[in-house]
Design a protein around this ligand. Structure first.
Ligand code: FES
Length: 206
């Protein structure tokens, strides 16, 4: 899905300043002298976490200033990766994986249940600003497909019904267990360990 990137939108703040200057310095110090531009990705992440999960243009300009690069260099990185949100999003950002393994296991049903329950479509935010729904490419948890990422957490082995329960629980401010929703341990086979059984027992996961 094309990322919204409107530098002149009315939601863009005039200014952005990093609140945690120490964190900025620590990030910059990770890179050799003269290579500060390598800090662009962690600085974008820091800006996003400070600013309700999205990065305004003013933050990208501030980062460009800090790393001594033209703003376009920061815009290029921010627009390439789906992890950076360039417009306001809801309190819960649902990133639904629609790539082949998840699709084969029912991601289209999960999308439909989200759309019907929330009354929004892919790329939209609910009126109460609680949920934003977006389809993304593989999130690297294919073995526990289908799955979604909500903010920083993964919810795996989903069904359409379980997805609705999760949305209801989050809206009610309740905790939802992350990871497999069927109780599967890590990415073990659904039937339990099929290899290295002794080690699985020793680790207490079988
Ligand atoms: S295909 Fe969905 S996590 Fe990889």
């Amino acid at each position: 899905m094309k990322k919204p990137f409107d530098l002149k939108a009315d939601y863009q703040p005039e200014k952005f300043t990093f609140k945690n200057k120490k964190a900025v310095q620590e990030i910059i110090a990770r890179y050799p002298k003269g290579r500060q531009r390598s800090a662009v990705m962690p600085l974008l992440d820091l800006a996003q976490r400070q600013n309700e999960n999205w990065i305004p243009r003013a933050a990208m300009d501030e980062i460009a200033e800090i790393i001594g690069q033209p703003p376009i260099k920061v815009y290029e990185v921010a627009t390439f990766y789906s992890m950076y949100n360039l417009a306001p999003v809801g309190k819960y950002l649902i990133q639904l994986c629609g790539t082949t393994p998840c699709w084969l296991c029912g991601s289209a049903d999960i999308m439909k249940s989200c759309e019907q329950h929330l009354g929004i479509h892919n790329g939209e935010t609910t009126k109460d600003n609680l949920f934003t729904l977006t389809e993304v490419e593989c999130l690297g948890a294919c073995v526990n497909a289908p799955m979604v990422q909500i903010n920083d957490d993964y919810y795996e082995d989903l069904t359409a019904e379980r997805m609705v329960e999760i949305l209801e629980a989050l809206a009610a401010g309740k905790d939802v267990p992350v990871g497999s929703q069927t109780g599967r341990k890590c990415s073990m086979a659904c039937s339990g360990p099929t290899t290295l059984e002794d080690q699985a027992k020793k680790a207490g996961v079988a």
